[in-house]
Design a protein around this ligand. Structure first.
Ligand SMILES: Nc1ncnc2c1ncn2[C@@H]1O[C@H](COP(=O)(O)OP(=O)(O)O)[C@@H](O)[C@H]1O
Ligand SMILES: [Mg+2]
Length: 299
């Protein structure tokens, strides 16, 4: 079992056509055919969209994405056209809404990894490969890789796991030329972001991008380099050989899998509401990621 504990009803705004309710974002089309992307405060864990929201999360993710997009424009054009609120939109959309180019999305999750953990580590332990790429012996949870690698995944439906795929599989699916462009752009953007984060004492362990096409041009879309799409680790406590502390929903995951939640991850029932202190601490982590990366304070 997985998916939405409660699928929210889309907000109706005159002049906007609701297209899709994603795990975190609600998508609309405006009268000019542009995509209106609204990041909610929803949080997902263990393939569930939880019944409890994390206040300001959608704003933090949106502002952090914008900050990164600005620093990446020479490497990849991005989909943002405007941050102006559509007329008649609720005030709550302020800060969480992006008007974007509507793209023909490439159905590949473009993951770059500079460090080994998560599904990469799981595959490595079985076969000494990640997405079919051979890696040296002796790596452990949190090890830095000899050089960053492109480890694409097939995008799954809500409630399903993304599945790692080989580069060859991506090339078969989208064509050799597009696959090469995706890999090149993913690794270039990862490299830039890793260096920026490193200057701020943060390791960008891995991250996921989504790209789409408009007028034959490959464009960076969705959110970028947020705690929802990336693993950020404080550099000063990095220690390979164990799970690293990270700037994301670790408190949510830890609580859900603790006896306190009473929830069985492998069972049939949806996860329960989060307690207030888990919400507060998770909100603080998102804000801390924003503040440490951008050097600006979140008000
Ligand atoms: N510029 C764009 N044009 C079309 N679709 C986009 C664009 N940017 C992002 N998307 C899509 O919008 C959705 C974002 O919502 P989100 O809640 O993150 O979805 P998901 O549940 O798929 O992670 C994703 O399906 C993503 O592929
Ligand atoms: Mg998403």
């Amino acid at each position: 079992m997985s998916g939405f504990v409660e699928k929210p009803e889309p907000v109706e705004v005159p002049g906007l056509e609701h297209l899709h309710t994603g795990k975190v974002r609600d998508l609309y089309r405006d009268g000019a055919g542009r995509l209106v992307m609204v990041a909610s405060d929803r949080v997902s864990a263990y393939d569930w969209v939880l019944p409890t929201e994390i206040p300001d999360k959608g704003r933090v993710l949106t502002q952090l994405s914008l900050w990164w997009f600005e620093r990446l424009t020479d490497l990849a054009p991005n989909h943002v056209l405007s941050t102006e609120l559509p007329p008649g939109a609720p005030a709550d959309w302020e800060g969480r809404t992006l008007i974007c180019r509507s793209l023909d999305m490439v159905p590949v999750e473009c993951v770059a990894r500079g460090y080994l953990t998560g599904s990469g580590l799981a595959e490595y332990e079985q076969t000494r490969t990640v997405c079919g790429l051979a890696l040296p012996e002796g790596l452990t949870d949190g090890s830095e890789l000899p050089s960053p690698i492109f480890t694409p995944a097939a995008k799954a439906e809500v409630g399903e796991h993304d599945e790692n795929v080989s580069y060859e599989e991506v090339a078969r699916q989208v064509g050799a030329e597009t696959a090469a462009q995706l890999r090149q752009a993913t690794l270039a953007v990862y490299g830039r972001a890793r260096d920026i984060a490193r200057d701020r004492g943060i390791i960008l362990a891995d991250t996921k991008f989504e790209f789409g096409f408009a007028d034959g041009e490959l464009v960076l879309a969705d959110e970028v380099l947020t705690p929802d799409s990336s693993r950020f680790w404080p550099a000063d406590s990095w220690q390979p050989g164990r799970a690293q502390p990270s700037f994301d929903k670790q408190f949510v995951r830890d609580w859900l899998t603790s006896p306190a939640s009473g929830w069985d991850r492998k069972g049939e029932l949806p996860p329960p509401e989060l307690p207030g202190d888990v919400v507060d601490r998770t909100r603080s982590k998102y804000v801390e990621a924003y503040e440490r990366l951008t050097g600006m304070s979140w008000q």
